[in-house]
Write a protein that binds this ligand. Sequence first.
Ligand code: AMP
Length: 439
Amino acid sequence: MVSYKIIKVKTPDFNMDIKRIKGMNDILPDEAIKWRRIEDICRKVFMGFGYNEIRPPVIEKTELFARSIGESTDIVEKEMYTLTTSKGGHITLRPEATASILRAYIENSLYVQNPVQKFFTIGPMFRHERPQKGRYRQFHQVDVELLGTDSPYADIEIISLLDYLLIQLGIKDITIQINSLGCKECRPVFQKSLLNFLQGVNKELCQDCRRRINTNPLRILDCKVPSCKKILINAPVILDDLCKSCNDHFNRVKDGIGALGIAYKVIPGLVRGLDYYTGIAFEAITDNLGAQNAVGGGGRYNGLIRELGGPDLSGIGFALGIERLLLLTENNRGEDGDVLLPLYLIALGEKARELFFNLSQRLARASIPNGFSFLTKSLKAQMKLADRNNARFALIAGEDELSDGLVILRDMQTKFQKQIPIENLFENIKNEIMEAEVI
Ligand code: AMP
């Protein structure tokens, strides 16, 4: 793999007035290596659990999100990037992936042959939030959905998958918090007692919570304002109002994940920022991320597939934020080590440049990463480039060497140099690289 080292240099004073949009980041080559590592591990784990990749578009009709996530959620109320089409319709950059995956499942009749389908997707999401560390306006999620079954085994598998993925990613100090949000039978009972409680403490709540009493009272349980948190200690607990079926389901899931050795904590106040959840809801929480302490989360959403115009089938899923995963793995950087470029080609003079450019192309076509300077530079400058590119070997050719039918191979680690005949140069170099086990 090619390694890029971004060197911090004094920026020349160009008059650049078009900059990136606030809250949206460039993922530069040396960062992209870490992204690929995370994505590769995710893909491997998902495939192992039998999940197939799906790639819905990043833009959908606004109504899809309004109907699924909920009109009175923060996301729909104030965080969506919505565009007006030439015909006066509205389309939105996706703030999450579940709704799009369900739409694709329904629209392509994927449930017909086998209602139980397992999907994953990896890609950008967009929310107009106030940017801070771990919170951006374009961010990236890995998202998993298990559709077509309300078996508690599905819940257990999804939480087990989340737990195993975090282990494979090397993320430590995570707590999996779980709760049940009830169903359309028992949730209204709880909502009524919650509303009673909230009306009694109305005046002591923060402005946001006071507004939410009428729009989305459940979300008040998630308020982070210390004075609200203190009041909410005495709020009614949804687990006390669960119907028998929700209670049994919750117990079976807890037993199942316990039997797999997954550590979890029941948090009766855990609610999620999207309206579609029913039954099990969960989050992976860490103390190592400051204010943005959720690495990922998800839950069950029975009823949503039908709500979006599909059959009456259930679903459950979760999403993890890649930026937050990266913040958590930042301290483990040493683990990967610096990625080496196997070979840097240093040509002096036009004849040598022609020879090495051709060699560079042949090596690239044989999947042997290598560097070649497109600018004519001195030996010293090219050696510096080899170094900056973290090259294991430098191959050097000047006029004298060429007339002797030789080039020089320099081991950049040991500084040992040896001569290599130009005859069969490609094979000779390939063998040297294979022997050194650089790739
Ligand atoms: P949610 O869809 O809100 O449950 O978010 C799932 C995960 O996506 C969170 O736990 C975060 O890791 C990540 N996430 C959500 N919003 C953002 C954001 N604005 N910036 C970065 N990551 C985010």
